[in-house]
Design a protein around this ligand. Structure first.
Ligand code: GAR
Length: 199
């Protein structure tokens, strides 16, 4: 059985694009069935290019995070995906939405969590002057980038790196981790919500 995936974005969706390319291989065990965004994100063009339905729940159109989240949740429920992937969705989901999809909701983050959580993971790593940062894929919980880590890898910071240059070095790692995590979930190699046996 193929794992069905909904992807939520805010930006260019380059990581989404990589997942779509991977899923275009008939041997890949997951399919992106819908793409959602909190704005008219550039990355929605990938939905069109792949003939995948999309929806926008504009943040500004709602009075509260809860009202916005309820509409986002309603849109997702129309599609009943097995897995929700936050791929550059730059909004915190309200607790009710996390609860509705947990543990089948994952997020990519451009830092080696728990280092540098939040909206500026790349900028914060640069500001801290570290020599390496990383990329992580986690399960979403009620905190900010605090859920169980599914995969992560280190990425070096080079002298003179700008935020954009460092982010462009991190993203290919994020893409590889994301595609691998989705594949492992689809193949039940990775079971969400089950804590690894410490022994
Ligand atoms: C990615 O690096 C993703 O990890 C990050 O936004 C970028 C989206 O890039 N998300 C966060 O920082 C969430 N805290 P993309 O739109 O090109 O895929």
């Amino acid at each position: 059985m193929v794992l069905t995936v909904a992807v939520l974005i805010s930006g260019t969706g380059s990581n989404l694009r990589a997942l779509l390319d991977a899923a275009a291989d008939p041997g890949f065990p997951a399919r992106v069935i819908v793409i959602g965004a909190d704005r008219e994100a550039d990355g929605l063009a990938h939905a069109e290019a792949f003939g995948i339905p999309s929806f926008v729940v504009p943040w500004e159109a709602f009075d509260s995070r809860e009202a916005w989240g309820a509409e986002l949740d309603a849109q997702l429920k129309v599609w009943q995906p097995d897995l929700v992937v936050l791929s550059g969705l730059m909004r915190l989901l309200p607790r009710e939405v996390v609860a509705a999809w947990s543990p089948n909701i994952i997020n990519t983050h451009p830092a080696f969590l728990p280092e540098f959580p939040g909206a500026h993971g790349v900028r914060d790593a640069l500001a801290a002057g570290v020599s390496e940062t990383g990329a992580s894929v986690i399960v979403v919980d009620d905190g900010v980038d605090s859920g169980p880590i599914l995969a992560q890898e280190r990425v070096p910071v080079h002298p003179g790196d700008t935020e954009a240059a460092l982010h462009e070095r991190i993203k290919p790692v994020e893409r590889r981790l994301l595609i691998d995590v989705v594949r492992r979930i689809a193949e039940s190699e990775l079971v969400l919500g089950v804590r690894p046996d410490p022994n």
